[in-house]
Design a protein around this ligand. Structure first.
Ligand code: KIV
Length: 262
């Protein structure tokens, strides 16, 4: 398993591969594929729980899913998202909840959304010995403030602000930063501005690594695919076909056959 120093050392050497998992079998496959990092993202609120946004996800949800992921991928570095309101209100909340996630779930690190405004929390969590990945650019926990999921870093001011946030997080001690949905030219500058790896999602090719939601890149969702997702398979429609076939076979008596009987 990579540890945080090995992850940091990958910057300027080779691209870092991160994918999401919320349960055992996906984690098992990701470990088999030797991805560098598994993220138990609070995107599970949408992908697993069928919600519209990540806001309702709880610390208990994150712990439950991370435990299943660690069982499937015991030898892969696992990062767990700190969900909405587990750290924003106070440094004490951040420390207590990060400690609880690490202690109860077996995660190797936590990811926290936010820039300069959450530096005290980031420093305090690192202070108790928990590695922190930052997350700037589009922050899905702030969806209500944005009124949607806009591209970030489109103006010079936004770009400057993002660079300042990345530098503040680096100074606070994060071992890496997730950069979400940032204009590619701005993302390239942000990646250059810090010495820790910047892992992009929808932020162009110049980041130090890439992360996607595994269910998106496997093509589980036929109805909507964000522009930044490349589908490597079409598992949703393929699974649907198999389910319909099973259903037909049961109804027609083709399943079970002698082969599946004792
Ligand atoms: O929650 C998540 O899956 C994430 C990724 C989209 C980076 O934060």
């Amino acid at each position: 398993m990579l540890h945080i120093n090995a992850i940091k050392a990958l910057k300027n050497k080779r691209k870092i591969v991160m994918l999401t998992a919320y349960e055992y079998i996906t984690a098992f496959l990701l470990e088999k594929a030797k991805v560098d990092i598994i993220l138990v993202g609070d995107s599970l609120g949408m992908v697993f729980q069928g919600r519209k946004e990540t806001i309702p996800v709880t610390v208990e949800d994150m712990i439950y899913h991370t435990k299943a992921v660690k069982r499937g991928a015991p030898d892969t570095f696992v990062i767990t998202d700190m969900p909405f309101m587990s750290y924003q209100a106070s440094v004490a909340d951040a420390v207590r909840n990060a400690g609880k996630i690490i202690k109860q779930s077996g995660a190797n690190a936590v990811k926290i959304e936010g820039g300069k405004e959450i530096i005290p929390q980031v420093k305090a969590v690192i202070g108790i010995g928990v590695p922190v990945m930052g997350h700037i650019g589009l922050q899905p926990q702030s969806v209500k403030k944005y009124g949607g999921y806009p591209v970030m870093g489109k103006t010079e001011d936004e770009e400057k602000e993002l660079i300042e946030n990345a530098r503040a997080l680096e100074k606070a001690g994060v071992f890496a930063i997730t950069l979400e949905k940032v204009k590619a030219s701005a993302a390239a500058k942000i990646t250059k501005a810090v010495s820790v790896p910047v892992i992009g999602i929808g932020s162009g090719a110049k980041c130090d690594g890439q992360v996607l939601v595994t269910h998106d890149m496997l093509g589980f969702f036929p109805d909507f695919t964000p522009k930044f997702v490349k589908k490597y398979d079409n598992l949703g429609p393929r699974a649907l076909k198999a389910i319909v076939k099973f259903s037909d076979d049961v109804k027609s008596g083709k399943f079970p056959s002698k082969k599946q009987s004792y």
